[in-house]
Write a protein of this length. Structure first.
Length: 239
């Protein structure tokens, strides 16, 4: 696994720049620009791709009867997956997202027919994120939320999101990070960057497909209904 410094050394040479003695303290000229492009590339990669572990984390929420549950401090976003939030006890059903305040208010005011459970995501990077549920999960109910972490490097055994140690290792694929920095650098300097950006996009698409291993071919057939997608009440009253 490459260190972030090794990646940046290779990028600097590709950009006709002599690597500094220490990237951590180098904050002038091209060094500052390259570090900015590193941050921008990392941010884009975490935004665009549902990476596999260790960048994708399954977080288990244990019900207490409360409506809202805080997400971990390294939470960046939920994975783009119909089962990103999945109830893993009782009915083993996907939890449905609610994306507007009006729809959520309607749920809380009027309720919902059937047996579906719903969630909404709220918060921001500064204050942190949380998931709210309708109906609130009671004791004994577990819900697993799959999310992309904002921790893109590791120092020893500790994951982090800030490059502050020369020994930090990169958790993202090395080559795509290098490509992302280089095309941004060439654009800033006024060089032709379109071929480098096209290469970056092609490799990113391939990595995204490999990370999720999704291969679906549709011939117009209807999707198969799985047992855990059939609505079943949590409790059945016996007459």
């Amino acid at each position: 696994m490459a260190t972030v410094a090794e990646v940046m050394d290779d990028v600097a040479l590709e950009c006709s720049t002599t690597p500094p003695t220490s990237w951590i303290t180098a904050n002038s000229g091209s060094y500052s620009e390259l570090k900015l492009f590193l941050r921008q590339t990392v941010e884009e990669l975490l935004d665009r791709v549902d990476w596999a572990n260790p960048l994708c984390i399954d977080y288990v929420i244990t019900g207490t009867g409360d409506e809202t549950y805080a997400m971990p401090s390294d939470f960046k976003r939920l994975t783009r997956d119909p089962m990103a939030v999945l109830e893993t006890t009782n009915t083993r059903r996907p939890v449905r997202p609610v994306t507007t305040n009006g729809a959520w208010t309607n749920l809380e005011t009027l309720g919902a027919s059937g047996s579906e459970r719903y969630y909404r995501l709220s918060g921001d990077e500064q204050a942190g994120y949380s998931l709210s549920f309708f109906q609130p999960p009671i004791a004994g109910v577990s819900i697993t939320a799959s999310y992309i972490t904002k921790n893109w490097l590791k120092i020893g055994s500790t994951a982090g999101a800030v490059w502050s140690d020369v020994a930090a290792t990169l958790l993202l694929p090395r080559k795509i990070v290098e490509m992302g920095i280089i095309w941004r650098f060439r654009r800033r300097k006024g060089f032709d960057y379109t071929d480098r950006k096209s290469e970056y996009e092609a490799n990113l698409m391939r990595l995204a497909n490999e990370a999720r291993q999704i291969r679906t071919i549709s011939f117009g057939d209807r999707p198969t209904m799985r047992p855990f997608e059939i609505p079943v009440p949590d409790y059945i009253t016996v007459a």
